[in-house]
Design a protein around this ligand. Sequence first.
Ligand code: LHQ
Length: 260
Amino acid sequence: MTVLVEKHPGYRQITLNRPDRLNALNAAMHGALVAALAEAEADPECRAILVTGAGRGFCAGQDLGDVAVKDDGPPDLKEVLERYNTLVRKLRGLAMPVVCAVNGVAAGAGANLALACDIVLAAKSANFIQAFARIGLIPDCGGTWFLPRLVGTARARALAMLAEPLPAATAAEWGLIWQMVEDDRLIAEAQALAARLATQATTALALMKRALDAAATNPLDRQLDLERDLQAEAGASPDHREGVRAFLDKRPPAFTGRRR
Ligand code: LHQ
């Protein structure tokens, strides 16, 4: 199985599972990952997802043994790239939060797969490598979009062009990720975070994802209109009513995640 799925109360843990290839993505693994995300989305009990990797790496990006480099002309990378685009669109569009626990090296599309998730934790020993330049490619899997927005253009350009490993501590310091965690605490912390998110107001979290992504390109005026419209949706959710009642009753809220 190239992808392992564990069901926990409220969330699913999806583990990339080709440890001997540092979880490099081949066509079968892409299919399994997208299917696991779709199954999680279809399960009403699932209100958060945790993505991590088996073994010493998180993901070494595209399996370079799985793409044909030909002597007589350029390889057809468009089809391969469509798979990555489907994956990134799926992660960003999921109506629930996605936590990523980067347990080791995250290289190429593996690094940008992590950045496509909502909250990224990384083990102290992990690092992020925009490895593309080393093989004559540009950052893909959303990399050229995520990097400048997360760390600014000066750092984005150097990360992309130099393709040097960025240690987890610097990634956290620069705001590329949410937090660095001691290696032996990573999975427990990531699971606690996913479990906690699974008890929150899921509709509001899903709408936040939409608002924050749109903010990257919207002028303020359009963003204000979008906030008004999405807030109306959040305000119509049972969890909004529950949150206000719980506040007034001075008790913790019992959110259900139901949209209506
Ligand atoms: C691998 C890989 C790998 C296969 C390690 N593939 N086997 C999109 C569209 C189309 C085409 C191309 O790409 C893309 C998007 C991309 O992701 S491009 C970027 C692809 N990724 C890379 O270029 C990274 C390649 N890997 C590395 O540079 C190193 O493995 C890193 C720095 C990640 C880790 O280095 P080490 O810790 O020294 O491990 P290692 O190199 O010894 O790797 C362990 C094994 O995993 C090794 O196999 P072996 O049989 O010798 O034990 C590697 O060959 C294999 N492996 N990455 N991407």
